[in-house]
Design a binder for this molecule. Structure first.
Ligand SMILES: Cc1ncc(COP(=O)(O)O)c(C=O)c1O
Length: 374
């Protein structure tokens, strides 16, 4: 009998923790600490320790984390911020919402993260910051990016929304930039029960600025020193995330072992390019994306076998309709464009079993070669 394999299965992740969640949520309700408050503060303390930084600031989403980071670094109208087109739209949106202009550089063909050699071509007197994106859970090549940023006096904001717990040369992502931004969207490696995000930083000054910005620009209730916004994290999300954070290392380890199984199973498969873990990286496989030339057909054949897949992302950000006014034409970033046409994300979540991964491997082989290997 064919067993269906979903793309992600949050229920099986949450089921064993249900009584802990119920108790924690009841405590939030009993104390009425719904917006910010002690449950968020406790999570912030634990998440800062996990990321090996002094400060973490809980906010409403990863998008808000990016936006507030840029605002706190003083990025505004007339500035340019360099990032990559191989990312979720939010990275660029946050730049636009500060009044600045996103400027893109292509990605590296092996790692799918920012090509540091391309930065010099994008630099102008208006450049104020760089946002490298740790796409799919693979850290960007931070040393040359940091060196370039230091040389030119630029802020570095890590988009770590897909990379909770990944390391670069043995150090956690989030310890490199002026700030790093995390999303706790439910499907992320660390996911909330709704929308949530966090900023981590080693700068006491940025920590203070961001804490004020996320709370209507107020340091004291009803005394507003700057114009801010409401970006506070919900108390329930803080309480849930604190429980789930304790499982993150084991969950990442399981993702890595599924990735290793996929790597071996698909290595010899003609027509499939498997992801490469950079020599400097501990990849945490938020997404396991292979590349295939006939993606639509592959998706259909896998769906016929009960295997769900995803595409992250079908259109690179510089070619999105919303960014037509930036004036980028097809061909501007050939690697990002080729990847967008070929990426196919396979099921990836900690609770997958060895035999499910094997079923996906056989499914892909059958699809691309027209027959299962025995
Ligand atoms: C790379 C990247 N940046 C930013 C975001 C935005 O995070 P959120 O959805 O929590 O606003 C995401 C979320 O998917 C993301 O994957």
């Amino acid at each position: 009998m064919q067993i269906k394999i979903p793309f992600i299965d949050l229920w099986s992740q949450h089921l064993p923790l249900m009584s802990e969640f119920s108790q924690a949520i009841q405590e939030v309700i009993e104390s009425s600490a719904f917006a910010g408050g002690p449950f968020v503060a406790a999570f912030e303390k634990d998440f800062a320790a996990y990321c090996d930084v002094p400060y973490a600031i809980g906010v409403g989403s990863g998008t808000e984390a990016l936006w507030l980071s840029l605002l706190a670094c003083g990025v505004g109208t007339g500035d340019e911020v360099i990032t990559v087109p191989s990312t979720f739209m939010a990275t660029a949106e946050a730049i636009t919402y500060c009044g600045a202009r996103p400027v893109f550089v292509d990605v590296d063909e092996q790692t799918y993260t920012m090509n540091p050699d391309a930065l010099k071509h994008a630099l102008t007197p208006k450049t104020k910051a760089i946002i490298p994106v740790h796409l799919f859970g693979q850290p960007s090549d931070m040393d040359p990016i940091m060196e370039f940023g230091c040389k030119h006096g630029l802020y570095i904001i890590e988009d770590a929304c897909q990379a909770h717990g990944a390391t670069y040369k043995g150090k956690r992502v989030g310890t490199f930039g002026d700030t790093a931004c995390f999303s706790f969207y439910p499907g992320k490696n660390l996911g909330a029960f709704g929308e949530a995000g966090a900023i981590v930083t080693s700068s006491a000054e940025l920590d203070e600025k961001i804490k004020i910005l996320r709370d209507h620009g107020q340091q004291r209730k009803y005394f507003h020193s700057v114009v801010g916004w409401n970006c506070r994290m919900d108390g329930i999300q803080g309480a849930v995330l604190r429980i789930k954070l304790r499982q993150l290392e084991a969950a990442n380890q399981r993702r890595r072992s599924h990735a290793a199984q996929y790597d071996v199973g698909l290595r010899e498969c003609d027509g499939v390019i498997t992801p490469v873990q950079a020599s400097y990286a501990r990849h945490v496989y938020h997404i396991y994306a292979i590349r295939v030339s006939d993606r639509d057909e592959t998706i259909k054949c896998l769906a016929d076998q009960g295997i769900a897949t995803g595409v992250h992302y079908p259109v690179p950000v510089h070619l999105q309709e919303a960014y037509q006014a930036l004036g980028y034409a097809p061909g501007a970033f050939p690697i990002a464009e080729r990847c967008a046409a070929e990426f196919l994300s396979l099921p990836m979540y900690p609770e997958l079993t060895h035999s499910q991964v094997e079923q996906v491997i056989q499914g892909v082989k059958e699809t691309v070669t027209g027959g299962v290997e025995v």
